[in-house]
Ligand binder design. Structure first.
Ligand SMILES: Cc1ncc(COP(=O)(O)O)c(C=O)c1O
Length: 441
């Protein structure tokens, strides 16, 4: 494909020089797919160090919700930086309290909530697990196959989207039992109703045979499963899980680290099913790129924590709080609505590509959370892993940044401010890149 915005071979000379330096001094553990070296970004576009321009359909793994360097977010960070850079969670400041107030207004719990400030998704998950154990006095947890919750020893005990994240690290936190996540396209359990099948497995099989429900502190669930393949559960799943939790006094922790902050077309994804979790974890899109996360819990749960039970040094950093407040204002005012305009447009475009290319087995998603699963053939549904790896590279060479998830799913997760013209440009690049990758096979 001739892409006017790509001016050098990739990686260009400056990118190559940096990659060579980096190879000697940076960990090889990062799962990097292709050699993109950023110079700067604006909105949904990024430029590399050789002056090549790309459309960013990754948003820094669903993080830059307001786009790269939104002027209002940058101004808020600059204003905060002029005042003080850090004070620690031992003290108070306006930005932190105000952010907790905004979250109290927005949270899907249907009752007052409190927040604990963190620096990342995994740290939010650790906080949620500790809170659940602390208030229930119960030792066990339920997680889901295909789930991703982070890489520290508590969250890693749940993470099961790729075995490479586990290999070499056992034992992690004990007491976690995994059950299948409802997968409509590739069911792990028998039955036409995958939501019901999973709930029956939990209550009628697991709770009867191995895990006493009275010992379970919480179920940790992604409202839509992210790294495991961008799966949307059937409508009965989360409401049914909520009921089961209530029946056995188990807390429901919704991990909204990736789905939260309007990514799926609601401020929080559980709102699609009108489900109120007891605890919710946030990070990623909350700060438009600044590292901030939250453990949000019903007030009657979090207020049980005694002084000193949990905390950290950097949580509630003033620059991060300023970025989050500016982000939430923009998302509430403009970008939530935009997600519900551009998202359906992209889904429709992907369905057209599915009609055109046999190699696409499934298109799914909500808002700007879209999964396109590639299969060797539609009958066997064998994952087309090698094809997706090649497609990521081809799209990169054509000026489009993409990431995959699951076995062979491409995920579209552009910044929430993306306009339909740039989205259409990305669709054209993706279309051409699929054709090119097929032709090269
Ligand atoms: C649902 C979910 N939870 C937790 C995490 C971990 O977040 P972090 O990488 O900030 O630790 C991720 C990251 O992808 C995620 O998608």
């Amino acid at each position: 494909m001739h892409t006017p915005h790509i001016r050098t071979s990739l990686p260009g000379p400056r990118a190559q020089a940096l990659l060579a330096r980096d190879r000697d001094v940076t960990t090889p553990s990062y799962p990097r797919d292709y050699p993109f070296v950023i110079d700067h970004g604006k909105g949904a576009e990024v430029w590399d160090v050789d002056g090549n321009r790309f459309i960013d359909f990754t948003a820094g793994i669903a993080v830059t919700s307001t786009g790269h360097s939104h002027p209002q977010v940058v101004a808020a960070i600059q204003a905060a930086a002029e005042k003080f850079l850090h004070i620690s969670s031992d003290y108070w400041h306006e930005g932190q309290t105000r952010l907790a107030e905004v979250i109290n207004r927005l949270a899907p719990m249907k009752e007052p909530v409190m927040s604990l400030f963190t620096n990342s998704g995994t740290e939010s998950v650790e906080g949620a697990l500790k809170l659940a154990r602390y208030v229930t006095g119960r030792p066990r947890f339920i997680g889901f196959l295909g789930g991703f919750h982070g890489r520290s020893m508590g969250s890693l005990a749940f993470t099961s989207s790729k075995y490479t994240q586990q290999a070499g690290f056992f034992p992690t936190m004990p007491g976690v039992t995994h059950i299948p996540y409802p997968n409509v396209y590739r069911p792990l359990l028998a039955g036409a109703d995958q939501g019901e099948a999973v709930l029956r497995y939990l209550e009628d099989v697991l709770f009867q045979s191995n895990v006493p429900p009275g010992e379970v502190a919480a179920v940790l669930v992604e409202p839509l499963q992210g790294e495991g393949g961008y799966l949307t559960p059937p409508d009965n799943f989360l409401p049914g899980l909520r009921k089961l939790c209530d029946k056995y006094g188990i807390l429901m922790i919704a991990d909204e680290v990736q789905t939260g902050i309007a990514r799926t077309g609601k401020m929080f994804a559980v709102e699609h099913w009108d489900v109120a979790p007891d605890i919710m974890t946030l990070a990623k899109g909350l700060g438009s790129g600044l590292p901030i996360g939250l453990v949000v819990a019903k007030k009657r749960i979090m207020e049980q924590w005694k002084r000193g039970a949990h905390g950290n040094t950097f949580g509630g950093n003033p620059l991060c709080c300023a970025a989050a407040l500016a982000t939430l204002e923009l998302v509430e005012k403009e970008y939530l609505a935009n997600v519900n305009v551009v998202g359906p447009m992209l889904i429709e475009a992907m369905e057209k590509l599915m009609a055109k290319y046999q190699i696409i087995g499934d298109v799914r998603g909500k808002g700007l959370w879209i999964g396109i699963e590639f299969v060797e053939d539609r009958a066997s549904k064998k994952p087309a892993r090698a094809f997706v790896d090649k497609l990521l590279h081809t799209a990169f060479h054509n000026g489009l940044l993409l990431l995959s998830c699951g076995a062979s799913t491409l995920r579209l997760m552009p910044p929430l401010m993306i306009d339909s013209a740039i989205a259409a440009e990305a669709v054209a690049i993706l279309d051409a890149s699929i054709a090119e990758t097929l032709a090269a096979a």
